[in-house]
Design a protein around this ligand. Sequence first.
Ligand SMILES: [Zn+2]
Length: 326
Amino acid sequence: MLCKKCVLPEAKPDIVLSADGICNICIDFEKRKTLKQDNVILESEVIKVLNKYRAKGRHDCLVMCSGGKDSTLALYYMKKRYRMNPLAFTFDHGFENEEALVNIKKAVNILGLDWVYYKSNFMKDVFAKIIESKTQAPICHVCAIWYLWFTHELAARFNIPLIVAGWTKGQSLHKGETGAEYNTMSAATSDFIANCLHKDPKYRDFPRSIKEVLARSRKKFKTEAISPHWVLPYEPDRIKEILEAELGWRPTKLSYPLNSTNCIMNFVSVYLCMKNFGFTHYHIEMSKLIRLGELTREEALKLLEINFDEKFINTIVNKIGCSLKG
Ligand SMILES: [Zn+2]
């Protein structure tokens, strides 16, 4: 059964539904709202951060761009709306969707930007270890941790003080803050990294959480990270229109949720999360957007409909020498 307000299922002890079917996350949110404790970020505050770094070096920001609509819009806005001089960065762990790569190539060419495309096999064994160890750690969480850490290292390499990402209002990666709905997933992720991954010398330095990435970065680099989506309305159709008209962007045919992902391994992550928890980080993100009034529950439910089967998942995991059977 799902919460009547958002799209989270009951998952004790983190997510508990009240007698009238509302989850604790929604109830807490309403309480905070009446206490006016929610942080509303204004565009002027983002511009203030951008002004601090604008034209301070060869590049004034590093934009994490996977070719999906949110990160491509972040790249487009940095150049066109905010007049920054971004370095575009794409991390490809070998499962990046080819159509998404075409999108990025078009975008950097049209915008006339420098671009770092880094394709690495580093994550391949991590994915295999996640599947073989039968950990509950979500693939996307583990991957996001390394991706963010590598981005900080790369920004430092190019002497860039600001990282820009396409995180939506439903994602709070910037502070490493996670709500109660993440507790079990986060614990599984840290446990997997510390007790399985770190045993392999090649992954000894792998941070255990986003929080650890940010703490390391504060100590070593002092890089800031922001997303323009925090201050812009959540308008996926409008974003698509802008990107199609200005950058020749096209949605990828295969995507879960619809028009969202650009990574094939994401499907495996979603499949395993549904099996392990009954929900995914997309349910968490969209539930936040529903609470913020940016997305209706019906729209979210439609986007979250599973549009793939186990056979498709097996063709993906077979590529890293694994199988989901047994
Ligand atoms: Zn709820």
